[in-house]
Write a protein of this length. Structure first.
Length: 207
Protein backbone atom coordinates (compact mmCIF):
# COMPACT_ATOMS: atom_id res chain seq x y z
CA UNK A 1 0.00 0.00 0.00
CA UNK A 2 2.84 2.39 0.86
CA UNK A 3 4.50 1.65 -2.48
CA UNK A 4 1.22 2.38 -4.29
CA UNK A 5 0.78 5.69 -2.49
CA UNK A 6 4.41 6.59 -3.17
CA UNK A 7 4.03 5.81 -6.90
CA UNK A 8 0.85 7.90 -7.05
CA UNK A 9 2.61 10.80 -5.35
CA UNK A 10 5.53 10.65 -7.78
CA UNK A 11 3.16 10.50 -10.77
CA UNK A 12 1.26 13.53 -9.46
CA UNK A 13 4.50 15.47 -9.06
CA UNK A 14 5.58 14.61 -12.62
CA UNK A 15 2.24 15.70 -14.10
CA UNK A 16 2.45 18.92 -12.13
CA UNK A 17 5.83 19.66 -13.73
CA UNK A 18 4.45 19.98 -17.28
CA UNK A 19 4.99 23.62 -18.21
CA UNK A 20 3.43 25.31 -21.21
CA UNK A 21 5.75 26.77 -23.86
CA UNK A 22 6.67 30.43 -23.39
CA UNK A 23 4.00 32.75 -24.73
CA UNK A 24 0.72 34.45 -23.87
CA UNK A 25 -2.38 32.34 -24.43
CA UNK A 26 -4.71 33.89 -27.02
CA UNK A 27 -8.13 34.86 -25.75
CA UNK A 28 -10.50 32.15 -26.98
CA UNK A 29 -14.26 32.25 -27.48
CA UNK A 30 -16.90 30.83 -29.82
CA UNK A 31 -16.68 31.44 -33.57
CA UNK A 32 -17.62 34.92 -34.79
CA UNK A 33 -18.84 36.40 -38.07
CA UNK A 34 -16.00 36.82 -40.56
CA UNK A 35 -15.16 40.40 -41.51
CA UNK A 36 -16.25 41.48 -44.99
CA UNK A 37 -13.33 41.80 -47.43
CA UNK A 38 -12.77 45.51 -48.12
CA UNK A 39 -9.90 47.40 -49.68
CA UNK A 40 -6.87 46.19 -51.62
CA UNK A 41 -5.98 42.50 -51.73
CA UNK A 42 -2.43 41.42 -50.88
CA UNK A 43 -1.48 37.81 -51.65
CA UNK A 44 0.38 35.94 -48.93
CA UNK A 45 3.91 35.04 -50.05
CA UNK A 46 4.01 31.39 -48.98
CA UNK A 47 7.76 31.13 -49.52
CA UNK A 48 8.65 34.18 -47.43
CA UNK A 49 6.04 33.59 -44.71
CA UNK A 50 6.82 31.28 -41.80
CA UNK A 51 4.78 29.50 -39.11
CA UNK A 52 6.75 27.98 -36.23
CA UNK A 53 5.36 25.74 -33.48
CA UNK A 54 6.56 24.63 -30.04
CA UNK A 55 5.00 21.91 -27.93
CA UNK A 56 6.04 20.76 -24.47
CA UNK A 57 5.89 17.56 -22.44
CA UNK A 58 7.27 16.31 -19.12
CA UNK A 59 10.62 15.33 -20.62
CA UNK A 60 11.18 18.49 -22.67
CA UNK A 61 10.02 20.43 -25.71
CA UNK A 62 9.80 19.97 -29.46
CA UNK A 63 9.67 22.64 -32.14
CA UNK A 64 9.30 22.89 -35.87
CA UNK A 65 7.48 24.51 -38.76
CA UNK A 66 4.26 24.19 -40.77
CA UNK A 67 3.74 25.71 -44.22
CA UNK A 68 1.18 28.37 -45.04
CA UNK A 69 -0.22 27.17 -48.38
CA UNK A 70 -2.27 30.22 -49.44
CA UNK A 71 -3.84 33.40 -48.14
CA UNK A 72 -4.99 36.95 -48.76
CA UNK A 73 -4.82 40.06 -46.58
CA UNK A 74 -7.00 43.11 -47.30
CA UNK A 75 -5.87 46.65 -46.50
CA UNK A 76 -8.15 49.69 -46.51
CA UNK A 77 -6.69 53.14 -45.83
CA UNK A 78 -3.42 51.40 -45.00
CA UNK A 79 -5.10 49.36 -42.25
CA UNK A 80 -5.86 45.63 -42.19
CA UNK A 81 -9.59 45.14 -42.83
CA UNK A 82 -9.82 41.39 -43.32
CA UNK A 83 -8.26 38.30 -44.80
CA UNK A 84 -7.48 34.66 -44.25
CA UNK A 85 -4.78 32.05 -44.72
CA UNK A 86 -4.64 28.27 -45.00
CA UNK A 87 -2.10 25.97 -43.33
CA UNK A 88 -1.01 22.66 -44.88
CA UNK A 89 -1.11 20.28 -41.89
CA UNK A 90 0.70 17.58 -43.91
CA UNK A 91 3.75 19.86 -43.99
CA UNK A 92 4.54 19.49 -40.27
CA UNK A 93 8.31 19.40 -39.72
CA UNK A 94 10.31 18.82 -36.53
CA UNK A 95 13.58 20.75 -36.17
CA UNK A 96 15.04 19.68 -32.82
CA UNK A 97 15.48 15.90 -33.28
CA UNK A 98 18.58 14.93 -35.26
CA UNK A 99 17.94 11.17 -35.31
CA UNK A 100 16.03 10.56 -38.56
CA UNK A 101 14.08 7.55 -37.27
CA UNK A 102 13.01 9.24 -34.03
CA UNK A 103 12.17 12.43 -35.96
CA UNK A 104 9.98 10.48 -38.37
CA UNK A 105 8.17 8.72 -35.54
CA UNK A 106 7.37 12.01 -33.80
CA UNK A 107 6.10 13.69 -36.98
CA UNK A 108 4.07 10.59 -37.83
CA UNK A 109 2.54 10.64 -34.36
CA UNK A 110 1.64 14.34 -34.66
CA UNK A 111 -0.07 13.61 -37.97
CA UNK A 112 -2.00 10.66 -36.54
CA UNK A 113 -5.48 10.60 -35.01
CA UNK A 114 -3.84 11.00 -31.58
CA UNK A 115 -3.12 14.63 -32.45
CA UNK A 116 -3.96 16.47 -35.71
CA UNK A 117 -5.44 13.63 -37.81
CA UNK A 118 -4.12 15.14 -41.04
CA UNK A 119 -5.59 12.39 -43.24
CA UNK A 120 -9.06 13.56 -42.18
CA UNK A 121 -8.25 17.23 -41.69
CA UNK A 122 -5.40 18.12 -44.10
CA UNK A 123 -5.69 21.88 -43.62
CA UNK A 124 -6.21 24.44 -40.89
CA UNK A 125 -7.59 27.91 -41.56
CA UNK A 126 -7.51 31.34 -39.94
CA UNK A 127 -10.14 33.94 -40.97
CA UNK A 128 -10.01 37.49 -39.61
CA UNK A 129 -13.17 38.65 -37.85
CA UNK A 130 -11.97 41.96 -36.38
CA UNK A 131 -8.87 44.16 -36.22
CA UNK A 132 -8.36 47.04 -33.79
CA UNK A 133 -5.34 49.32 -33.36
CA UNK A 134 -3.35 48.64 -30.20
CA UNK A 135 -0.26 50.57 -29.15
CA UNK A 136 1.99 52.05 -31.83
CA UNK A 137 2.87 49.53 -34.50
CA UNK A 138 0.63 46.83 -33.07
CA UNK A 139 -2.79 45.41 -33.86
CA UNK A 140 -5.29 43.46 -31.79
CA UNK A 141 -6.33 40.74 -34.23
CA UNK A 142 -9.33 38.44 -33.80
CA UNK A 143 -10.15 35.56 -36.09
CA UNK A 144 -11.71 32.14 -36.42
CA UNK A 145 -9.17 29.35 -36.20
CA UNK A 146 -10.38 26.04 -37.65
CA UNK A 147 -8.35 23.00 -36.64
CA UNK A 148 -9.50 19.37 -36.75
CA UNK A 149 -12.87 20.62 -38.06
CA UNK A 150 -13.38 22.63 -34.85
CA UNK A 151 -13.65 26.42 -35.02
CA UNK A 152 -12.99 28.88 -32.20
CA UNK A 153 -12.30 32.60 -32.25
CA UNK A 154 -8.93 33.74 -30.93
CA UNK A 155 -7.53 37.22 -30.21
CA UNK A 156 -3.84 38.12 -30.06
CA UNK A 157 -1.44 41.03 -30.60
CA UNK A 158 0.34 41.35 -33.95
CA UNK A 159 3.36 43.56 -34.67
CA UNK A 160 3.24 45.39 -38.00
CA UNK A 161 6.74 45.31 -39.46
CA UNK A 162 5.95 46.88 -42.84
CA UNK A 163 2.83 48.31 -44.44
CA UNK A 164 3.25 49.98 -47.83
CA UNK A 165 1.38 50.20 -51.13
CA UNK A 166 3.13 47.05 -52.31
CA UNK A 167 3.91 44.96 -49.24
CA UNK A 168 2.57 44.03 -45.81
CA UNK A 169 4.57 42.19 -43.13
CA UNK A 170 3.44 41.32 -39.61
CA UNK A 171 4.57 39.04 -36.76
CA UNK A 172 2.59 37.35 -34.00
CA UNK A 173 3.54 35.14 -31.05
CA UNK A 174 0.82 33.42 -29.01
CA UNK A 175 -0.34 30.15 -27.45
CA UNK A 176 -3.55 28.20 -27.92
CA UNK A 177 -4.96 25.49 -25.67
CA UNK A 178 -5.04 22.39 -27.90
CA UNK A 179 -7.96 20.91 -25.94
CA UNK A 180 -10.26 23.65 -27.24
CA UNK A 181 -9.76 22.12 -30.70
CA UNK A 182 -10.11 18.50 -29.54
CA UNK A 183 -6.42 17.78 -29.94
CA UNK A 184 -6.39 15.09 -27.27
CA UNK A 185 -3.93 12.23 -26.83
CA UNK A 186 -6.21 9.38 -25.64
CA UNK A 187 -5.44 7.88 -22.26
CA UNK A 188 -3.53 8.95 -19.20
CA UNK A 189 -0.51 10.05 -21.27
CA UNK A 190 -2.39 13.23 -22.20
CA UNK A 191 -1.55 14.52 -18.72
CA UNK A 192 2.15 14.35 -19.62
CA UNK A 193 1.73 16.83 -22.49
CA UNK A 194 1.33 20.59 -22.03
CA UNK A 195 -2.13 21.90 -22.85
CA UNK A 196 -0.82 24.88 -24.78
CA UNK A 197 0.96 25.04 -28.14
CA UNK A 198 2.99 28.11 -29.07
CA UNK A 199 2.80 29.59 -32.57
CA UNK A 200 5.13 32.22 -34.02
CA UNK A 201 3.92 33.65 -37.31
CA UNK A 202 5.78 35.84 -39.77
CA UNK A 203 3.25 36.77 -42.47
CA UNK A 204 4.45 38.40 -45.67
CA UNK A 205 1.95 39.55 -48.30
CA UNK A 206 2.50 41.36 -51.60
CA UNK A 207 0.15 43.42 -53.76
Amino acid sequence: MKKLLFSFAIASMVVGCVSNPDGVEAETKSAQEVAAAEGTAYSVDTNASKLEWTGAKVSGKHNGTIKISEGTIFLKDNQVSGGSFVVDMNSIVNLDITDAEYNGKLVGHLKSDDFFAVDKYPTAKFEITNVQPAEAGKLNVSGNLTLRDTTNNISFIADVVESTESRFVANADFNINRKNWNVLYPGQADDLIADEINFKINLVANK
